[in-house]
Design a protein around this ligand. Structure first.
Ligand SMILES: NC(=O)c1ccc[n+]([C@@H]2O[C@H](COP(=O)([O-])OP(=O)(O)OC[C@H]3O[C@@H](n4cnc5c(N)ncnc54)[C@H](O)[C@@H]3O)[C@@H](O)[C@H]2O)c1
Length: 321
């Protein structure tokens, strides 16, 4: 089937706005919806002629039913994310679980494929490193364990999609994203340090991070992640989950150093959390990118410093704006 247009939820967020740009770049028109209006420096750059903005709350079933019916495919990335202070259970239940369920229902009714943002958090807690070496990468067939309300909501989304696929013929792909960074980043849970170390230096302070420098994460550039969504939209992909990841664990310290280096700041970082001083992995959560390679033909940039220049350039432009 030729995809002429796609509905993108969460379209004014970091990932959603990059997906809008990627889809339009591939010749797909976009119906973009979000609760928050497009904001200068955070919005898509695609020409207005290719994007119809339909503001609204995905909890509004009538709105979502109407928008889904107008689309050839749905890309669903609107969600309530974990905050540094924890997961807000009520909004997560309403937005991530109930509204997503209603969206699946509407898509099953109209026979519309859904590509949605799941999360590497469905794999559960970090795996402990052994002798400083990260444990093996998670693969899609590993059992899922839940960390909190947010991870649970993503796991439940996948189970609901599976049931809609089996019982109602829904076509679905869950893209399990790892830790994303890049332009249009806001202060998120795991990635906020990339912004805060730059803020510290520019305020004349030693960059201070209350995290574990040896904790390994799978850092993926948001443009790479968005490319996976575009490929999942435009290709025939079997129902199921696919990791959107690099397959490489990078220590938090190395990620923070990469962003400081890209900004031209040689500063040391003060680590205020408990950690071993040996610079070896204490834990790691990273995800095999093999399935994404096989199914989507996707090859991620695996060096965390790739993409940092663009990230810093965007942030500088934002500060100067
Ligand atoms: N950022 C990461 O590192 C990461 C990692 C794994 C998975 N994810 C997933 O990727 C997706 C996008 O994340 P992001 O980093 O771009 O976050 P983001 O906060 O930048 O974007 C989320 C968007 O959803 C919108 N939204 C929230 N509630 C809504 C509602 N009720 N109605 C309409 N819109 C609503 C927000 O306004 C926001 O624009 C999410 O589903 C998230 O769970 C993100």
């Amino acid at each position: 089937m030729t995809i002429r247009n796609a509905l993108v939820t969460g379209a004014t967020g970091m990932l959603g706005s990059h997906i809008v740009d990627g889809l339009v770049g591939s010749g797909v028109e976009v119906i973009a919806t979000d609760l928050a209006p497009p904001e200068k420096g955070y919005a898509w750059e695609a020409p207005a002629s290719a994007v119809t903005y339909a503001p609204g709350d995905i909890r509004d079933k009538d709105l979502i039913g109407d928008l889904v019916a107008r689309a050839d495919v749905v890309v669903h990335v609107a969600a309530v994310l974990s905050k540094a202070q924890g997961d807000p259970p009520g909004p997560i239940m309403e937005v991530n679980i109930a509204a997503t369920h209603a969206l699946f229902e509407a898509a099953a009714r109209t026979g519309t494929k859904v590509v949605f943002a799941s999360s590497g958090s469905v794999y559960g807690p970090n795996r402990d490193a052994v002798d400083g070496t990260p444990a093996p990468a998670f693969v899609e067939d590993d059992p899922s364990y839940d960390l909190g309300f947010y991870a649970l909501s993503k796991h439940v989304n996948e189970l609901h999609a599976e049931a809609f696929g089996r019982l109602e013929g829904l076509s679905w792909v869950a893209l399990r994203c790892s830790a994303m960074f890049g332009s249009r980043l806001r202060m998120g849970l795991t990635t906020r340090w990339l912004l805060s170390v730059l803020d510290d230096v520019e305020a004349g302070r030693t960059p201070r991070v209350d995290g574990d420098p040896n904790g390994g994460l799978d850092w993926i550039h948001v443009a790479d992640a968005a490319e996976c969504f575009v490929r999942a939209v435009t290709r025939d992909v079997p129902n199921g989950p696919i990791n959107v990841s690099t397959g490489v664990a990078t220590r938090l310290e190395d990620a923070c150093r990469a962003v400081l280096a890209a900004a031209g700041y040689p500063q040391d970082i003060e680590w205020t959390g408990a950690h071993r001083p040996d610079g070896r992995f204490s834990s790691a959560r990273y995800y095999s990118s093999e399935r994404a390679g096989e199914v989507l033909g996707f090859r991620p940039a695996t060096d965390v410093s790739i993409g940092m220049d663009a990230f810093v350039a965007w942030r500088n432009a934002m500060k100067g704006a």
